[in-house]
Design a protein around this ligand. Structure first.
Ligand code: 5GP
Ligand code: ZN
Length: 111
């Protein structure tokens, strides 16, 4: 989608520290990390919200979760990790392209 930062990263038009890519998604380092390891898993297809899931996207998100789990050790997250999906304004979603925050590399607090 035009003017979407994450679509531009997916298309290679903006740089990112990519750590993984397959047909469904890319995973790259968050530019403003809030944990020792802070990655973003971004589907190649543009949509904003989980409320926009259809059969195809449901399967896509399922595969993304599976791949995150199977690649966690390669990401340096064999001791555990946290996934966050911000949805909408009150959650602080600042990029309107669905993304899964992957946090870890340290003991995480909960506030
Ligand atoms: P949200 O607040 O929408 O859930 O998360 C968006 C995340 O994207 C933020 O953590 C922010 O730091 C990250 N981000 C925004 N723009 C860029 C960028 O151009 N490159 C990278 N690597 N991360 C970005
Ligand atoms: Zn997009």
């Amino acid at each position: 989608m035009e003017n979407c930062i994450f679509c531009k990263i997916v298309a290679g038009q903006l740089p990112a520290s990519k750590v993984y890519e397959d047909d469904d998604m890319i995973v790259f380092k968050d530019i403003r990390p809030i944990a020792k390891i802070h990655l973003l898993a971004v589907p190649k297809q543009h949509f904003k919200l989980l409320s926009e899931l259809n059969e195809e996207r449901r399967a896509l998100v399922g595969r993304m979760l599976e791949k995150i789990a199977s690649n966690a050790p390669a990401f340096g997250l064999s001791e555990g990790y946290r996934l966050i999906i911000n949805q909408g304004e009150e959650a602080g979603q600042s990029v309107p392209h669905l993304h899964i925050h992957i946090l870890g590399g340290q003991k995480l607090g909960w506030e």
